[in-house]
Write a protein that binds this ligand. Sequence first.
Ligand SMILES: NC(=O)c1ccc[n+]([C@@H]2O[C@H](COP(=O)([O-])OP(=O)(O)OC[C@H]3O[C@@H](n4cnc5c(N)ncnc54)[C@H](OP(=O)(O)O)[C@@H]3O)[C@@H](O)[C@H]2O)c1
Length: 250
Amino acid sequence: MSVFGLIGRSLGHSFSRSYFTDKFKRESLPGHRYELFELAEIGNLRDLIASTPGLRGLNVTIPYKQEVMPLLDVVDPLAAAVGAVNTIAIREGKLMGFNTDVEGFRDTLLPLLPGLIDPDSDIRLRALVLGSGGASRAVGYVLREQGIRFRVVSRSRERGDLSWDMLDPVSLKVCRLLINTTPLGMHPDVGSLPPLPYAAIGPRHTLVDLVYNPPETQFLMFGMERGARTVNGLQMLHAQAEASWRLWNT
Ligand SMILES: NC(=O)c1ccc[n+]([C@@H]2O[C@H](COP(=O)([O-])OP(=O)(O)OC[C@H]3O[C@@H](n4cnc5c(N)ncnc54)[C@H](OP(=O)(O)O)[C@@H]3O)[C@@H](O)[C@H]2O)c1
């Protein structure tokens, strides 16, 4: 039996189990299972591993992508540079941490860039990254790699460059790429959304939501109503899951 799974505090929103269960069926991999492991605290990780025979790999989600790092035997250089781990491979009893959100977000962002960067204009593309958690760090890594200037919006000035109340219509007009890395709008809290001056959003904007459940969050719907291009987190989910799968089989 080969067991894989997702750890996080509350996992009702997750599509990972159905993604991997379908994949194991499609690729005729009997004896493979993907489970959801809700952990009240990350300190319970070693107990989970000890009590789950055949466990070969884990994905990590809210709120443990950073907290899990000190518990690992090895953190690969990309995950260390990002400062967040979303994939653990268990190799010969050792816990190895990786970050596949970087690959997942890159896969989502690159096809969007031709519509965002005007080669005839001197005006550089600017982005706002909403939230400062684990996924935000992966997004920031990719934006830096692509030479896109960005600012992080946080509830705390210690964790971000801007607080929400500092966002006015002008700052939104200047930043044509808005990326939601907060859980606002995610199932079951589908009525919530990042507090932005939405009237400043228009057809020149691209809104990316890392949330994929529901597929159209309030954030994306408000953008759509104003003519913006919108993309949800489904493609990123698939790309980061496939990258995790490759690491578990290395
Ligand atoms: N599509 C994908 O493949 C994919 C991959 C990764 C993550 N995600 C999604 O991205 C979201 C974040 O995941 P994560 O792992 O980065 O979680 P996380 O580490 O808990 O970070 C979320 C961040 O959002 C901000 N936040 C949380 N609650 C908020 C609230 N009520 N109001 C305003 N800001 C709030 C916080 O930033 P501040 O403390 O700075 O305010 C927090 O650090 C989740 O919805 C997750 O499902 C999707």
